[in-house]
Design a protein around this ligand. Sequence first.
Ligand code: PLP
Length: 381
Amino acid sequence: MPQTYPNVFDMLEELQPIDPVYCVYPHVYRETAQEFIDGFPGRVLYAIKANNHPQVLRALFDGGIRHVDCASLQEIREVHAVDDTATCYFMNPVRLRDAARRAQQDFGVRHFVIDHAAGLELLLREVDASRSVIFVRLAVHHDSAMVDLSSKYGATADDTLALLQAVADSGAEPALAFNVGSHVMSPAAYVHAIETAIAVLERLPFKLRLIDIGGGYAKSYPGFEAPPIRDYLKAIEDAARFSLADNGELLAEPGRALAAPGLSAVVEVLLRKDNRLYINDGLYGAFWELRYDAHDRYACRAIRDGRVLGGATTEFELLGPTCDSDDKMRGRIALPRDIAVGDYIEFGAIGAYSLSGRSDFNGFYSDIVVDITDIAERPPG
Ligand SMILES: *Cc1c(COP(=O)(O)O)cnc(C)c1O
């Protein structure tokens, strides 16, 4: 059972933590999941790579998530360890040898993805086609995606049509998937991708039942404004005029949109040199995503003696604890002017691509993950 506290102040009082503490706000995860499920006209798959922590999975399942987009057998195991009634989709065109076979035999996985004839051949060696749905991943491009997920995976329109036919010939059910990107800053990117997909499917001699429009829904951070999720969902609903087979369904694979809001990281100030604060977490820990060229900071609040520290603020540079000179945040953060060694800082909405990528480089690593249970409490941001 996770350690639980009503709020961050009680947690600090009790633990007096030396390492960073990651605070799951289960009620925020539940609410985020419910909103996405209510707004999306289809099946919502959580892309587990954004955050695979069991407490986060638990909260998302409690919020109604029943389907999980996995890329490895290990991720499938992690889902089953939390809830063996959740459905896993093995949505990586590249898998370890024998992983698809074991996913199907040991975990009943039925959904797989390919983007090349060679990948289809490998997959068909391992799975029972008659029990499988095989998505063909179509490459789509749009300038508003900060990360282009079609540079590595995805087939051309012509190849997609040939692959869908080959899947049908194998006895598996053919389906279509595409991924606009990650940190997609404009709902128009989904409209464009959906229109591309509709044009491809018009050339297909049979109808599909399942269309997976992928993940990528952006999230706002300080200094990084993204449209609200409902704008994406509205644009998708309006554009998705697919002509589907009976029982047709759309699928989405949000990672960041579900993972980000409900987690905070509580760090300690280790050293202050004028306006530079050295803290006990950094780019090799929960802040690893900040190395990429998108958002450069998280919303935060300073805490001292069980209270939020107020007063006039000034801009600080934040640096991690390792000996690597790159271990610092690019963005400047406004914090109270008299912040000092021993004060804590809570960073909010840090749930996406944080815990799932941290390393123990240089001997700094924390695995203290607690639940914050008072539903009036929310992470900063
Ligand atoms: C990473 C990924 C996602 C989730 O992306 P977000 O930007 O976190 O929503 C969904 N599907 C696939 C195939 C991915 O690789």
